[in-house]
Design a protein around this ligand. Structure first.
Ligand SMILES: CC(C)(COP(=O)(O)OP(=O)(O)OC[C@H]1O[C@@H](n2cnc3c(N)ncnc32)[C@H](O)[C@@H]1OP(=O)(O)O)[C@@H](O)C(=O)NCCC(=O)NCCS
Length: 165
C-alpha cells in the first residue's frame, strides 16, 4: 500500500514548491506570492502532498465567508503525474470544505488547459462561465468551474490518503 501524506504547506516547503511551480506553469507564480499566501493571508489554505519523502504536488485555496472555497493553485510534478495525486488533493480539499461548512468549490482554469479541465470534469465540476482575457500574462480566457458539495457524505479529512495506480 502506498501512502500519500498531505500536510499544510510551510515556508520551508516553498523552495521545493517553486521547483514544481516552474516546471508546471509557463507563467509560474513568483516566490513572494507563496510567502504572502501562507504567512499573510488568513483566508488561504495551502497543502503539500509528499511521496517518496519529497513534495510532489500541492494545492491552494481560499475559504471565503460566503461559504465558497476558491482553488488558487494545483500542481503535480511531471514525474508523478497520472497517479491520482491531484485527485487526492482535491478530495482532501472537499473534506476541509465540509469541515468549514462550505457548500461550493470554484476555480478558474486557462481555456487551453485541457488536462486540468478534464480532471475537474471527472471530479464533477461544471463549467459555469468564461472570463474573457482573464489572464493578464497571455490574454487567455478563463473557464470558470464550480462543484456543489453534496449534503452530508464522508469527510476525508485524515492526513494520510490511499491512492491508486
Ligand atoms: C492537472 C494536474 C494537476 C493533474 O495532476 P495528476 O496528479 O496527474 O492528476 P490525476 O492523476 O489525479 O488525474 C485525475 C484525472 O484527471 C484526468 N487527467 C489527468 N491527466 C490527464 C491527461 N494527461 N490526459 C487526460 N486526462 C487527464 C483524468 O480524468 C484522470 O483520471 P484517470 O487517471 O483515472 O483517467 C497536472 O497535470 C499538472 O500539474 N498540470 C500542470 C499544472 C496545472 O495545469 N494545474 C491546474 C491549474 S488550474
Amino acid at each position: 500500500m502506498i501512502f500519500l501524506l498531505i500536510e499544510p504547506m510551510s515556508t520551508s516547503d516553498i523552495s521545493r514548491v517553486m521547483e514544481i511551480e516552474k516546471v508546471c506553469f509557463p507563467w509560474a507564480w513568483p516566490v513572494e506570492i507563496f510567502y504572502q499566501e501562507i504567512v499573510g493571508n488568513r483566508l488561504a489554505y495551502y497543502y503539500v502532498a509528499r511521496l517518496d519523502d519529497e513534495i510532489q504536488g500541492y494545492i491552494g485555496a481560499w475559504i471565503l465567508r460566503s461559504g465558497e472555497v476558491h482553488i488558487t493553485n494545483l500542481a503535480v510534478h511531471p514525474h508523478y503525474r497520472r497517479k491520482g495525486i491531484a485527485r487526492c488533493l482535491l478530495k482532501f480539499l472537499y473534506g476541509l470544505a465540509r469541515q468549514k461548512e462550505c457548500h461550493t468549490i470554484t476555480l478558474e482554469v486557462r481555456r487551453s488547459n485541457h488536462i486540468a479541465i478534464e480532471l475537474y470534469r471527472q471530479e464533477g465540476f461544471q463549467e459555469t462561465g468564461i472570463k474573457p482575457g482573464y489572464y493578464r500574462d497571455s490574454g487567455e480566457d478563463a473557464v470558470v468551474m464550480r462543484l456543489k458539495l453534496d449534503e452530508g457524505g464522508d469527510i476525508p479529512g485524515q492526513e494520510e490518503l490511499y491512492f491508486g495506480h
